[in-house]
Write a protein that binds this ligand. Structure first.
Ligand SMILES: [Zn+2]
Length: 223
């Protein structure tokens, strides 16, 4: 059998099995996960904000984000790379954290001349150095520039209904005429989460994906 015929046959069998066993009213099969697109942004520690905006400066809220307690602040920084390229007005997300990092897109990485590793927030070991400029000072970090790994925030209850667990990597399909499937989407379970698929601007633009899109997890059986 030729390879393309073989592939066709496998597709046909897979589709038949899928149709047979797919529970029709299983809510986790529906497009039910809201998609949110994250523009590049930074997270800061208390010490970093002190340097950039002055001692004991408090972030002011621009708007709440979907994840409870998190917000986009009015404050911004400029990001400078070692080859003197810079990106202005990168928003600081609050509240302050235990680490300082820039979450950038691959396009930002090309522009800045940085080879960005794909990481879960906070995992910065070995990531490229970066410089932040604020109104009161300049902060030089020996590491801290990453591209955020695409991920789904969910509660333990959501995890149960989608039959996944924290740290799982799944395939996710996004609805729409130009819908796409993303591989290696990390499941992040926490009690204080709200269900959302987080993509960066590159990932979203590549698939014509907008904030109003919905997504669903493709069952592990079909990976
Ligand atoms: Zn997120």
């Amino acid at each position: 059998m030729e390879e393309k015929d073989y592939k066709k046959l496998v597709d046909m069998i897979t589709e038949t099995i899928y149709r047979e066993i797919k529970p029709k009213d299983e809510p986790s099969n529906l497009f039910s996960i809201p998609v949110e697109i994250s523009n590049h942004h930074v997270h800061l520690t208390r010490g970093s904000l002190d340097i950039l905006y002055g001692k004991d400066y408090e972030l002011t809220k621009l708007r709440d984000l979907s994840q409870p307690g998190e917000f986009a602040s009015n404050e911004q920084v400029s990001i400078v790379s070692a080859n003197m390229k810079f990106i202005e007005k990168v928003r600081i997300l609050g509240p302050l954290r235990e680490y300082t990092q820039a979450e950038l897109s691959i396009t930002d990485g090309y522009f800045l001349g940085l080879d960005l590793p794909t990481r879960i927030s906070g995992n910065l070991k070995g990531s490229p150095p970066i410089i932040f400029m604020g109104p009161q000072g300049v902060l030089t970090l020996s590491e801290g520039a990453i591209r955020a790994a695409r991920h789904i925030h969910m509660t333990p209850e959501n995890a149960e209904s989608y039959q996944v667990k924290n740290g799982d990597r799944v395939k996710v399909e996004v609805s729409g005429d130009h819908g796409v499937i993303y591989k290696d989407v990390v499941i992040r379970v926490s009690q204080k989460s709200k269900l959302a698929l987080h993509l960066d601007t590159d990932e979203a633009n590549a698939g014509n994906v907008e904030n109003k899109c919905l997504a669903r997890i493709i069952k592990k059986f079909f990976h």
